[in-house]
Design a protein around this ligand. Structure first.
Ligand code: K7E
Ligand code: CUA
Length: 655
């Protein structure tokens, strides 16, 4: 329902909400506000009694989020799982969850964090410190992560469908997802940093680098001491997106929050909200101005090539602090504690979202050469600073010259025109209206993302607002409420709220990708995807076993290797016998060639389960400490005789 209609009913949206909350009539409020654009069921219409409004909205030609049975969505959404540590694949505009991709977490259905293949991927690029930590704690892998920023690989400013990347703020890692199979294929553990937060791939000429921001200041070896926080630093990391090796790091002043890269392949950027180098909220918000750091990629590469770096914990690091007056960085002052950093799809501008300042600062990328050459001052790069409302956090684009900024405190989406904002900045005494529309969202939006909006192919169809609070928006789920993701139609002159749905902890960010850009396989490919089970393959060859035909138990001292295939409805090894305390590895190869025929292997009483997709090999190792008969079974419904797809492990007790 529009504000106008609420007003006609003698209510403003905000006063209505306030009243509803105060009178405890939250459910009624949710029902009425739930109509805001969505409307589509008889139930909604009945509950709201305002069907005409809904009708007029669809008559006005708004796009619908409804995707009927058997129909397909037009976009993939790569949604971050926040503190759940996973990535979720959703279909847009339906917002239906399609799949969960385990990354920085452990997953009971697929065995992620428990199978040998996942443990190799989780641990193969650990720093020595992490390996020691895991040993000291008796852990096989880090069990958690905080995944904020999923982004896909680029070629020439648009998605190329090869990979997705994301950060783990909790444990300073960066992952890569192989989009052929939608599985994590690499994880890199980054030394010298704390709180890897902002993450962006290089756009041009291709990815290229993955830029990862260390958010928290720490005493970096060779630069700081733990006694004096004023000597602590944040570090910027560039990872090679092909090899996932760390290419270089840059020591900076202040901290690093969110970043982005340009469309020209020359510069990358990061906001800083802690120029104070403080350790408290009050301290970090003290200065009226913080800054954006601009990184000069060619200058950094040159220094690395010429050996002008320090090696810190095995990584090449250059000094980009302001006082070092280096060719690597420039610091551009930006009002109080900026957060999001977003490049416009025309490649011209970088938006820095003010957070504690009601403004978004607009940088003109074409002025950066002069800044680095010392011909202009840092603030000369700023071409607009529109005042939008309270708590600007992130900005998205429609490719038609408009920007959409989330206002966290106002709980609104602000649509504004970029060229008008520039005009207003240049003609301060002239009144130029740059704000196009403000739309209420529910509530407190963080990131937003538009379809193809971080590419040069921004198509201006849909915008998703990832709201932090849902309050009265859904049935009460207890003290822990879901977050609320809202879908907004931006194809017309006016933004229209079309759909909202709850999400679990806690999507920060999302990227919205035309379905044609991503072409996952229907089954695993034994040749192409052999990286996944390479250790199993190697061991099988030593044991003279063909994984695709295996039905064999190999004993070597107290190590037992059980090789089996899975074909509905049976495993090729129906039962096997081991001695108590043997170390057992079970290798299962699913030899099905048809789509959607996944098998599983669950071993009762041992806390073990794993997924084996068509043409995939998975393996798991455990100590057979529990004597007796232990059934194993397939936990993925695969056949009319799926219940019978089982076998027994007999563990002979020690005498
Ligand atoms: Cu949540 Cu991108 Cu980590 Cu902003 S960040 S909201
Ligand atoms: Cu195989 Cu169920």
């Amino acid at each position: 329902m529009s504000d106008e209609k609420l007003e006609q009913a003698g209510l403003s949206r905000r006063s209505f909400l306030g009243t509803a909350a105060a009178s405890g009539a939250g459910i009624a409020g949710a029902g009425l506000l739930g109509l805001a654009g969505c409307s589509k069921t008889e139930g909604d219409k009945a509950a709201s009694g305002a069907a005409p409004a809904a009708k007029s909205e669809s008559a006005s030609g708004a796009m619908t989020s409804h995707i009927g049975p058997g129909e397909l969505d037009q976009y993939y959404g790569f949604l971050s799982g926040g503190q759940s540590g996973e990535i979720r694949l959703v279909g847009v505009p339906s917002m239906r969850e399609l799949m969960r991709i385990p990354v920085f977490n452990m997953d009971g259905a697929t065995g992620w964090g428990r199978t040998n293949e996942s443990l190799r991927i989780l641990n193969e690029n650990n720093t020595p410190e992490t390996n020691k930590f895991l040993k000291d704690q008796g852990l096989r892998c880090l069990p958690n992560g905080d995944l904020h920023h999923p982004h896909l690989s680029f070629t020439d400013g648009t998605y190329d469908g090869r990979y997705a990347y994301a950060n783990d703020k909790a444990n300073n890692r960066v992952c890569r997802i192989d989009l052929n199979v939608m599985k994590t294929d690499k994880i890199v553990d980054i030394p010298n940093v704390s709180g890897v937060h902002g993450l962006r791939p290089q756009r041009y000429p291709k990815t290229g680098y993955i830029f990862a921001n260390g958010e928290h200041i720490i005493p970096v070896e060779g630069y700081g001491t733990w006694e004096d926080p004023k000597t602590w630093n944040a570090v910027y990391t560039a990872i090679d997106g092909e090899t996932m090796d760390i290419a270089w790091q840059v020591l900076v002043d202040g901290n690093l929050d969110n970043g982005d890269a340009d469309y020209q392949g020359k510069y990358s950027f990061s906001t800083c909200y802690n120029s104070e180098r403080a350790l408290t909220v009050q301290g970090a918000s003290a200065n009226e101005q913080d800054w954006v750091v601009v990184f000069n990629l060619a200058a950094i590469e040159e220094a690395i090539k010429n050996g002008q770096y320090k090696e810190v914990k095995g990584v090449k690091m250059v000094d980009g602090r302001a006082e070092a007056n280096s060719p690597f960085t420039r610091y551009i002052p930006v009002p109080n504690s900026p957060h999001g950093c977003n490049a416009s799809p025309d490649g011209k501008y970088i938006m820095l979202n003010g957070k504690l300042s009601p403004t978004v600062t607009v940088l003109d990328v074409s002025k950066l050469d002069d800044l680095f050459a010392g011909k202009i001052q840092p603030r000369d790069v700023v071409v607009a600073e529109p005042e939008l409302g309270l708590g600007p956090l992130h900005t998205a684009f429609d490719g038609r010259g408009n920007a959409y900024t989330t206002l966290f405190i106002d709980s609104q989406m602000c649509k504004w025109n970029i060229e008008k904002a520039i005009e207003a900045y240049q003609n301060k005494d002239k009144k130029v209206e740059y704000i196009v529309q403000k739309l209420d969202v529910h509530y407190q939006p963080g990131h937003n993302h538009s379809t193809m909006g971080e590419t040069k192919e921004a198509d201006g169809k849909w915008l998703v607002s990832l709201n932090k609070f849902s309050k009265d928006r859904f049935l009460n789920a207890g003290p822990l409420k879901p977050e609320c993701d809202q879908l907004i139609d931006i194809s017309g002159d006016e933004m229209k709220l079309v759909h909202d749905n709850p999400t679990f902890a806690e999507p920060h960010d999302m990227c919205l990708v035309a379905a044609s850009k991503v072409n996952p396989s229907k089954t695993w490919d034994r040749q192409r995807d052999a990286w996944f089970w390479k250790d199993a393959e190697e061991q099988a060859q030593k044991d003279g076993v063909d994984l695709m035909k295996a039905a064999k138990v190999v004993r070597e001292g107290n190590k037992v290797r059980v090789y089996m295939t899975a074909v509905a409805p049976s495993f090729s090894v129906p039962n096997f016998e081991v001695n108590q305390d043997d170390e057992v590895t079970v290798y299962v190869t699913n030899v099905e060639t048809i789509e959607d025929l996944t098998h599983g292997f669950t071993l009762e009483g041992y806390g073990l389960a794993m997924e084996i997709g068509p043409q995939q090999t998975s393996s798991i190792t455990f100590k057979a400490t529990q004597p007796g008969v232990h059934w194993f079974y397939c936990q993925w419904f695969c056949h009319a005789l799926h219940m019978e797809m089982s076998g027994q492990m007999i563990v002979k007790p020690k005498r």
